[in-house]
Design a protein around this ligand. Structure first.
Ligand SMILES: [Zn+2]
Length: 386
């Protein structure tokens, strides 16, 4: 079934399209870009994501601190040990205590000038683990477990802030000759965390207010009298590359004229968005609607329809069909809209995809699942008719 849908998704080659040529399948226009190659590689990497990385980026603290934490977990902050490795310095002894080499763990956790701070923040029953882990496990466990006295799940934030401020104080001592004072630093850590949380709450309130204002301008608007509006959208299943498209057509009073949908087998996000727009225009033309507004939430599709594409584009045949449709005896206005304005098409498409389970009863009368598949409403109605 998928095979047939994928074949149906391919339009026949155009006689005037010229000779075959090499095209890069990972961009919508067939041209190679370094960005697209990077995206493919990074997608493969992210399919097996590093959990430490994810946890660090979820830490409730400013981005510069998350970045510092990530560098720390990779043992690449510029301690005396790292400076000596790079030939910048001839000795790697800690300049604050002079008692040990300054590794990442020493600089941030074990130096006598900072150990007392951690002892005030970390629960006593966790000290043996806390002070004996290697740097990677140390960051990993402190961003995933609650080892502090706080019970509100904010330990990772306190931990991140403390590492960052300890490092800043160490740099102030070495480069600016500023005195080290553990109790001052502890107060500063508490103040900075408090200020950040207050600012974050305020930021969320401002954003919520801004979003509610924006959303009031982002509802669907009916077309002018005598016009019809097509809203189309596509769905793409990342696990299987299955694509489906659909949309709705309504008049100037917002009344439903018709809906359309199609399962397209395997394909890309861009391809399915194109098909949604094409099916919308085809349907409107078949209904002999005189004036039509086509709304899509894809900027790429909008540009493709209004500006066309070059000869190397793998969807050249679709561009030609768009041109043919737009040149017919009717008025068509193609618009790019925000995703929220196009919500009706997305909801319609979601409702159209139905999971059908074929079940039979066995000899004991129990239901047994024979098969499960996705179908559209049109297919469901066809099954009912049979
Ligand atoms: Zn030291």
């Amino acid at each position: 079934m998928d095979c047939l849908q994928s074949i149906d998704n391919i339009t026949p080659p155009l006689p005037d399209a010229g000779a075959d040529f090499t095209a890069w399948k990972h961009t919508h226009d067939g041209a190679f870009t370094v960005k697209s190659a990077y995206n493919i590689i990074s997608h493969n990497i992210h399919s097996n994501p590093c959990k430490v990385w994810k946890r660090i980026w979820k830490c409730d603290c400013p981005e510069r601190i998350r970045y510092f934490l990530w560098k720390l977990s990779h043992d690449c902050i510029m301690t005396e040990v790292q400076r000596k490795k790079r030939g910048i310095s001839t000795q790697d002894i800690c300049k604050r205590c002079g008692l040990a080499t300054e590794s990442s763990t020493h600089a941030i956790r074990d130096c006598v000038w900072v150990k007392g701070i951690w002892e005030k923040l970390v629960r006593r029953d966790m000290w043996s683990s806390f002070f004996n882990l290697d740097i990677k496990s140390w960051v990993d466990l402190n961003t995933s477990k609650n080892w502090g006295y706080t019970n509100d799940g904010s330990w990772s934030s306190t931990f991140a802030y403390t590492t960052w401020l300890v490092w800043k104080q160490r740099n102030d001592f070495i480069f600016n000759n500023r005195n080290i004072n553990a109790s001052c630093l502890l107060n500063r850590i508490c103040t900075e965390i408090h200020n950040y949380k207050e600012a974050a709450v305020m930021d969320r309130k401002v954003n919520a207010l801004q979003n509610s204002k924006n959303r009031s301008h982002m509802s669907w608007q009916p077309p002018q009298e005598g016009w019809y509006k097509i809203n189309c959208d596509g769905s793409y299943w990342y696990n299987s590359d299955d694509i489906s498209c659909g949309g709705v057509i309504r008049n100037s009073r917002g009344e439903w004229i018709t809906g359309f949908s199609k399962k397209l087998g395997k394909g890309s996000v861009f391809q399915v968005e194109l098909w949604g727009a094409l099916l919308g225009l085809r349907t409107a033309w078949e209904l002999q609607l005189p004036r039509v507004v086509l709304e899509t939430d894809s900027k790429l599709v909008h540009n493709f329809i209004t500006s066309g594409c070059n000869i190397s584009n793998p969807f050249l045949h679709m561009a030609k069909e768009f041109t043919e449709l737009l040149s017919k005896a009717w008025e068509v206005d193609v618009k790019h809209v925000h995703r929220d304005n196009n919500l009706v098409a997305a909801i319609w498409l979601f409702l159209l995809i139905i999971i059908v389970m074929i079940v039979l009863r066995n000899n004991n009368g129990d239901l047994v699942l024979i098969a499960a598949m996705q179908i559209t409403v049109a297919e469901a109605l066809a099954i009912r008719r049979v």
